[in-house]
Design a protein around this ligand. Structure first.
Ligand SMILES: NC(=O)c1ccc[n+]([C@@H]2O[C@H](COP(=O)([O-])OP(=O)(O)OC[C@H]3O[C@@H](n4cnc5c(N)ncnc54)[C@H](O)[C@@H]3O)[C@@H](O)[C@H]2O)c1
Length: 320
């Protein structure tokens, strides 16, 4: 892995992966991003070539992919709510965008493509822990388009000399994940906590989630790219679950702020429990999540606080 392209590299997970690749001394790192939900400042000061463009635009993808042996395809229209509001855009980016990247990868002799998939492909959960054999019955356009992207990648791995690994992330959290990020609970709670506002919990708070730290997700991508001759789909989670009540206790500890918590009726469609079975990723990719939630939340709350201070400073400067 000497020369790599990250689509969506200016986003939350992508910009963390860029940092890992640079630490691992990958020689040439290229980012293709249209900056719809990513930020150029996520890459400030890093020695990467940034191509500002859309994954649906073949010319932009060609410009970025030339000379690359490995592609991390993260660019996507992300989130269930966004896909329900705009299903056509969701499919254009997530399905046709993925196909455009695959076609360019094939033409340019890329050896390995790692695709960012989602546990959203499973739909209503039928068994715990969730292994790769769990039925895939997505219940949003986003889940459907991420699944279509997976299937396209795996069909290219069968048809052409390219290995494709699809990583199905559970709830990812960590630095660079902003409050406006498609309704994830940790950034929402962080935002409310640091603004001294009450947290609303839907249901009794004993529902559980598998939160996986972005550094572990970045590591999973790196390992997947290095695993020779491996193609397939793998769950990427922490293999532990915590309740929302416990999460609030940990965030209180990490931030030093005691929140007021309000309980509301459970939301339609929310699953009760979630837990990834990651045995396949352990066996085939040598993946081991090693960030404890308490440690990851401390880092995240510190990052979030610094981000708020920076935004305040920028607002004051621009206002004066
Ligand atoms: N964050 C999570 O919890 C989570 C969970 C499951 C799967 N994923 C997947 O991980 C990947 C990265 O997600 P993220 O959380 O970092 O989100 P993000 O929104 O921060 O990153 C997505 C990036 O893709 C870019 N992008 C969007 N449309 C594009 C287009 N048409 N052309 C070029 N670039 C485009 C955005 O500007 C952004 O930088 C996505 O594929 C997402 O489906 C994320």
């Amino acid at each position: 892995m000497r020369s790599v392209l990250l689509t969506g590299g200016a986003g939350f997970i992508g910009s963390n992966l860029v940092r890992l690749l640079l630490r691992e001394r990958v020689e040439n790192v290229v980012v293709l991003d249209n900056l719809t939900s990513g930020y150029r400042r996520n890459l400030d000061g890093l020695p990467v070539r940034v191509v500002e463009g859309d994954v649906r635009n073949r010319d932009a993808v060609e410009e970025a992919i030339r000379g690359c042996d490995t592609v991390f395809h993260l660019a996507a229209s992300v989130g269930n709510a966004r896909s329900i509001a705009n299903p056509i855009e969701d499919a254009l980016v997530n399905v046709l965008g993925t196909l455009t990247v695959l076609e360019a990868a094939r033409d340019h002799g890329v050896k390995k493509l790692v695709y960012s998939s989602s546990a959203g492909i499973f739909g209503e959960l039928k068994q715990l822990p969730i292994d790769e054999g769990h039925p895939v019955e997505p219940d949003t356009p986003y889940g459907c388009s991420k699944l279509a992207g997976e299937k396209l990648c795996l069909s290219y791995a069968k048809l052409y000399p390219i290995s494709c690994v699809c990583l199905r992330y559970f709830n990812v959290y960590g630095p660079m994940q902003r409050y406006d990020a498609y309704g994830n609970v940790i950034p929402i709670f962080a935002h409310l906590l640091l603004h001294g506002r009450p947290l609303t919990v839907f249901g009794d708070g004993e529902q559980t989630r598998d939160f996986v730290n972005v550094h572990d997700v970045a590591r999973a991508n790196f390992l997947a790219a290095r695993a020779s001759d491996v193609s397939g789909a793998f769950n990427i989670g922490s293999a532990t679950r915590v309740s929302i009540n416990e999460l609030i206790r940990l965030m209180e500890h990490a931030s030093g702020v005691r929140p007021e918590v309000r309980y509301a009726s459970p939301r339609e469609g929310d699953v009760r429990d979630s837990l990834a079975d990651i045995s396949a990723a352990r066996a085939k990719l040598n993946f081991e999540p090693n960030t404890r939630l308490s440690t990851g939340l401390t880092e995240y709350m510190d990052w979030f606080r610094a981000e708020l201070e920076l935004n305040d400073a920028l607002t004051q400067r621009n206002g004066s």
